[in-house]
Design a protein around this ligand. Structure first.
Ligand SMILES: CC(C)(COP(=O)(O)OP(=O)(O)OC[C@H]1O[C@@H](n2cnc3c(N)ncnc32)[C@H](O)[C@@H]1OP(=O)(O)O)[C@@H](O)C(=O)NCCC(=O)NCCS
Length: 170
């Protein structure tokens, strides 16, 4: 997988101005303001931000490790995997774009960066795929639009196989 050059810069969350960001969803804004840095310090989640050339946050997402029961994965994915009860996966946590920047393909760019980073990480720590958790039912179609498939027993979770990400041109 290759990532196209874009107008934005991606960095780990550090001391960028978090309060200037708003995606319009209270829970996701609060997560960035109050929790993301703590999760990073405690090694619970790795937050990444998308910045414009002036250093303002345009969007963010988090990545962490996850274990998934084979029975929860789609049958066509499981049949190509060994019968281990628990399989390694990558969790894509909250993902959000500034409400002032909607519809400019920044959400797609943010997702592509998350998938590219997840795939690069498998060179060191493997993962059968990326699981994304939508914060509510209205957010799930964004992932389904980008080839994720629903996970059994988890109405808000979706899955994209690492083999699919690896083969993706961008
Ligand atoms: C969902 C979100 C990230 C999309 O960001 P965006 O920059 O407006 O979206 P983009 O312009 O990159 O859209 C890329 C594609 O996804 C589609 N898309 C965008 N939002 C969508 C949604 N909610 N449902 C289905 N498809 C969606 C677009 O139509 C576009 O399709 P196309 O490439 O075929 O033309 C943004 O609306 C957001 O931050 N929402 C609040 C938080 C949220 O829902 N996060 C997601 C799950 S936690």
């Amino acid at each position: 997988m290759t990532l196209p050059e874009g107008p934005c810069v991606f960095e780990p969350l550090r001391d960028q101005d978090k309060k200037a960001f708003s995606c319009g969803v209270r829970e996701l804004d609060d997560y960035l303001y109050l929790q993301a840095s703590k999760d990073s310090q405690r090694k619970v989640a790795a937050p990444f931000v998308m910045l414009d050339r002036g250093g303002w946050i345009l969007g963010y997402y988090t990545l962490s490790s996850y274990g998934i029961n084979a029975s929860e994965l789609p049958p066509d994915v499981v049949k190509k995997l060994p019968r281990y009860p628990l399989l390694p996966a990558t969790m894509l946590g909250p993902l959000a774009v500034s409400s002032s920047q909607r519809g400019k393909k920044l959400g797609r760019l943010l997702l592509m960066d998350a998938l590219h980073r997840s795939w690069k990480n498998t060179l060191q720590v493997v993962s059968v795929g990326v699981i994304a958790e939508a914060y509510d039912d209205s957010a799930r179609p964004f992932y389904l639009h980008h080839e994720f498939v629903p996970l059994a027993d988890h109405p808000r979770m979706v899955f994209l196989a690492m083999r699919t990400i690896e083969k993706s041109p961008a």
